[in-house]
Design a protein around this ligand. Structure first.
Ligand SMILES: N[C@H](CCC[C@H](N)C(=O)O)C(=O)O
Length: 297
């Protein structure tokens, strides 16, 4: 029987970005990609990201996190999911560190300090963006990642071209456009996500700058598809917009699922993301989800 059978999970969302939180602290159980896909395939536990908590691997860290996409691949960052994990740690009776006002979470991309702003509002310090082409990563050496050479559509009349590239713990490409609704993102997204210029694939965003302090954003997520919101993409879009002098260093990013406030702090280059979370329900994984999967090696 899978060690995940009957384990308790929380189904949450951050601006409609569907998140499942699973606490595996105190165990040495690891979620395998095929198990993540099975969990995503169930109506009660479907997710855009599965956030799995493990015992902290460093002093001062409250929990390590592994982040799975729907296709079973892993990401180093998930802004919306990190807020959900923070809520679970401060408010869930069984996961509880009740009353904490700050937390530190750790992913394979680094440390994520979180400030509790209110009962359901959290600010995550997403760290400093990485902007060098090797760090996005990109296949080719672009000296200036504010505009990289990439286009789709006819060579002399491209549909989209010259995105900015930013790594926020995960790779992002952002196309600045006049109208985010004017593009067939479900069709274009997979072509760009899997373009050979991105050796680790990429999250693909369309960004429309409405003013110096407001950006509209639609996102095709790596390993997932269209989502209602993507926190790391909102951070990447603000960084790219500020680097192009289209906005200042603080803006509201409006996604289909709602709004995030993003601030790119001068002092240490860190990007701070503030937004809400919602708890939908809790449940336990039906053992039948995992039957037929290969036994762990
Ligand atoms: N929804 C997430 C991002 C997931 C990114 C993931 N799709 C990847 O990088 O593989 C967020 O709120 O930041």
């Amino acid at each position: 029987m899978s060690p995940l059978a009957n384990r308790r999970f929380l189904k949450m969302n951050g601006l409609g970005n569907e998140i499942v939180v699973l606490d595996l602290r105190g165990t040495d159980v690891r979620v395998r990609p095929e198990e993540a896909r099975a969990i995503a395939g169930n109506a009660l536990s479907r997710f855009d990201q599965l956030m799995v908590l493990h015992d902290p691997s460093l002093a001062g860290v409250d929990a390590d996190m592994r982040i799975y996409n729907t296709d079973g691949s892993e990401s180093g960052a998930c802004g919306n999911g990190t807020r959900c994990v923070a809520w679970a740690l401060v408010a869930d009776p069984e996961m509880g560190m009740p009353g904490s006002e700050t937390l530190t979470l750790r992913t394979r991309a680094g440390l994520l300090p979180v400030v509790v702003e209110g009962e359901r509002v959290f600010t995550v310090d997403m760290g400093a963006p990485k902007l060098a082409w090797q760090d996005i990563p990109l296949r080719d050496p672009f000296p200036d990642t504010r505009y990289i050479e990439l286009q789709i559509g006819p060579i002399d009349a491209p549909i989209l071209h010259s995105p900015a590239a930013v790594n926020m713990g995960n790779p992002h490409a952002i196309f600045f456009v006049d109208d985010v609704d004017a593009y067939d993102l479900p069709r274009i997204g997979p072509l760009l996500e899997n373009h050979p210029i991105f050796p680790e694939r990429a999250n693909i965003s369309l960004a429309q700058v409405l003013s110096r302090t407001r950006i509209r954003l639609r996102v095709w997520e790596r390993g997932v598809g269209i989502t209602q919101a993507c926190g790391s993409a909102a951070c990447a879009a603000l960084v790219a917009a500020a680097r192009k002098a289209l906005t200042g260093r603080e803006a509201t990013v409006a996604l289909p699922g709602g709004e995030l406030t993003i601030r790119w702090r001068e002092r240490d280059d860190h990007v701070l993301m503030t937004g809400p979370v919602a708890l939908e329900h809790e449940g336990r994984f039906d053992p039948a989800l995992f039957t037929g999967l290969a036994e762990p090696a």
